[in-house]
Design a binder for this molecule. Sequence first.
Ligand code: SF4
Ligand code: SF4
Length: 294
Amino acid sequence: MTCPFLREAQVKFCHASSVRKLIPLSVAPGARAEEKCSSGAYLTCRVYQSHTMEGPVDGPCPCLGESLMQYCAAAPVAKLVPFSESLLSRCGNDGHRYCELYGSMAHPVAAGDEVDGIAMPAELSYAANHLWLEVGESGQCHAGIDAFLSRAIGNVERIQYVWQQGLHRPAAILTAGGVDWEVVFPNPLLLTGCNLYLRANPARLAAEPYTAGWLFEGCLVEGTTDNLMQGASARAWMGHDVRRIHEAVQRGSGMAADGGLFAVGVLNCLDRESRPALFHEFFSPFASGKRVTE
Ligand code: SF4
Ligand code: SF4
């Protein structure tokens, strides 16, 4: 689906000019006939005179070209993009949901659904180690950590991507409370990019894990969607994990749940010996084999 802020504009340009300046025709409706390039006045243009192209006496200038372009209506300064380029970028497909500008203008609802207080958009697929995947109509994929993992890690101070391109199980190192946690999407993905903006503002990971806090972008390959959960099975698994982590935290530390949910940054609240075991149990790629049978 195309971004709702993507607009089309017919533009004109001068073939003969050394600097190609594009002018949307819609900018000056009604003014076309009076413009030098569109009327017989082009004969007085120095650029035209330096070329020996024949044209009609009453215009338009034979050097005047027109083309269909696209632009982003959400951008403070409209930048025109050739039609073909917008289709290749995220503006022309489902990837627009992960565009910073789209997120700030459209205010998409991040939490389409909740299970025991954990936001869990129903349209996503989930790996059992708490990473999500969305596959767009064109096969373009986005992945990130879910709200459960985000809550357990707490405030992330730094993000480092293990790979930014190529066929991998996408991985990132999240640093919280001075401790590095490696999060790994358990299936292969042809990585085409990572959310580098998060390196400057890692707090988005906790605030918007399903939209602006996405981590990986790539193309679907064989095995990308293996063993992922959706719908009722995903909701059952999330509820099961919420109960399991409460039990594990109380067993390991005697800490009570915060308002019915485990504390934000619970991993760093545990003693040093208990942390790796809890992380491994819920968030390592090994955990991705654990599913709840309905
Ligand atoms: S009149 Fe013709 S040559 Fe001159 S700027 Fe316009 S299009 Fe270019
Ligand atoms: S830049 Fe972002 S908001 Fe603008 S058209 Fe592209 S996806 Fe939409």
